[in-house]
Design a protein around this ligand. Sequence first.
Ligand SMILES: Cc1ncc(COP(=O)(O)O)c(C=O)c1O
Length: 318
Amino acid sequence: MIPRIPLCCLPTPCHPLPRLSEDLGLDIWIKRDDLTGFAGGGNKGRKLEYLMADILDSSATHVVTCGSRQSNFVRQLGAACAVHNIRCSAAVMSLPFDKGLGRPQGSPPREGGNVILDELFGVDLHEFSDGDWLDLYAEADKIADNLRSKGEVVKVVPIGGSSPLGAYSFTQAAVEVGEGWDHVVTPTSSGSTHAGLAWAFHGSRTKVVGIACDPEEDLLDDLKRLTDGIDAIAGFKKGLGRLDFNLRRDWVGAGYNISSEEGAAAASMAAGREGLILDPVYSAKAFAGLLGMARSGELSGKVLFWHTGGLPTLFARP
Ligand SMILES: Cc1ncc(COP(=O)(O)O)c(C=O)c1O
């Protein structure tokens, strides 16, 4: 048994989308991980059930992570630390980007939203000016070193909770939805949601499609590293390679954290046809991917959209 502490309301609901199914000529369902419950819901709650067990085992007094200023992971990690009496610090940038690709055009969400909740959960946000992802990771390491020098026992948690343990949680999530799907469509950013689902469905008829929400070149390497890690945790070597991942980069828009026109149109459609609320950074872009693939005939049969949450970002402003 992999140690896990309960945080979420599981299993999350899974239900059909009858109007969108009729519109698109498919049997479309949705997995409601926006309703995981803990600290506002979203996909990070599942990862945190395993990550927090590991953190508690390490006797950490302080947890350090990093992300965008509107990170959903920082919000949920902050809450999980708060309820276990552990301090939480996060290095953040409004718009971290890949230096090789350049800073995307547009204004990222900044004030309100998750930042209000971070304050509620007592997270220490350390904000840095926008720069490369690697600079952001380095700032988190510096914060951790500084805390260690003051005698704290520090655990550094990777961005988005994307360690193999975080990814493992999605192999268990897959058990909740069972088999019989032709396609499972999920947003992909730090990779552990996609990696866990891809590992779980590998070898079955179900094709897991990750819609990239950031344009980083090394996402496939991240997915491979995470599924190798799941092999080790599960004690069962599936040995997924880069070619086993179906990663689509067509709906990133201008870049990570910048809303896209196609995403906004998809969010309006989900709202108007099914009363669903999608966030602009992840789930709206993934849903735009689902709509685009449905319209071009790339999807067939029974399709599951994995809603990963992110609601607070709707209330954030540039
Ligand atoms: C709401 C939401 N959806 C999707 C994702 C992407 O999940 P992952 O980081 O596991 O790829 C994130 C990650 O930050 C998120 O906050």
